[in-house]
Write a protein that binds this ligand. Sequence first.
Ligand code: B1M
Length: 222
Amino acid sequence: MENLLEKLLEAIELGKVDKKSPYPPQLKDQDGAYELAGKALELGYKPNEILEKALIPAMANVGDRFSRKEIYVPQMLMSAKAMGGAMIHLKPFFQSGETKRKGTFIIGTVNGDLHDIGKNLVAMMVEGGGWEVIDLGVDVGPEKFIKAIEEKPDAVIGLSALLTTTMENMKKIVAEIKAKYKGSKILIGGAPVTLEYCNKIGADFYSPDPQGAVNYLNQLSR
Ligand code: B1M
């Protein structure tokens, strides 16, 4: 049975989106991430287990292979697409939270950065945790965050960054939000982000993963 998760991991790593996808040629006519994730759920795997044992390690392998120059951007993109195929099945589980909302969470990937898989996961899990989520998307600068806060002044704000270069943009966004909304709470995360960096730029909380973000928000809403 673990074999199924291994197959799913491989499908994502190789960028096999679904059965009809012609890419990669060696997996022609075989199940892709979409079918394999559906089967894993049917067999009783928990959505979190699928995420942690197949989807996330697959993307980590993709990153390592990219660093070693074994693959290039188009292959990374196919893997991201395959991950999206698997997420079609998992999304409803992460989003089925309570209907009464605990508060509003505004999230975006910071300007210059187009990575959205991790941000989307955080958004889904926070929504599943009972919060209203306003997802501003990717490449979001301070103005767009502030405009969204104007409409929801009590919202908690989440910033995601995946690049060491764009991570620096978090500093400006935090400063501009704090200058206008002193009491605002800002949570930051993303692969290169650390607690030390969070403290340095004056953000309120750092979480390495979506569950930490949910726990932080829930503790604020108490
Ligand atoms: Co890019 N990329 N990428 N990429 N990419 C990385 C990030 C990289 C580490 C790969 C590598 O070199 N090993 C590297 C960054 C190096 C660095 O700065 N340190 C890199 C690079 C260099 C680039 C380009 C510059 C490549 C190029 O063009 N030459 C380019 C930049 C484009 C841009 O943004 N301006 C680029 C492009 C892309 C694609 C478009 C092809 C694609 C993104 C597709 C998409 O997102 N829709 C892509 C991908 C897929 C990756 C890797 C392989 C996977 C990222 C991912 O989705 N991971 C990545 C390598 C890696 O991460 N190992 C890489 C899975 C995801 C679940 O994890 O996003 O970390 P992650 O989110 C986690 C946590 O970080 C946390 O929770 C999530 C779940 O655990 N988290 C938060 C995230 N946000 C949070 C917010 C929170 C709390 C927790 O609170 C608010």
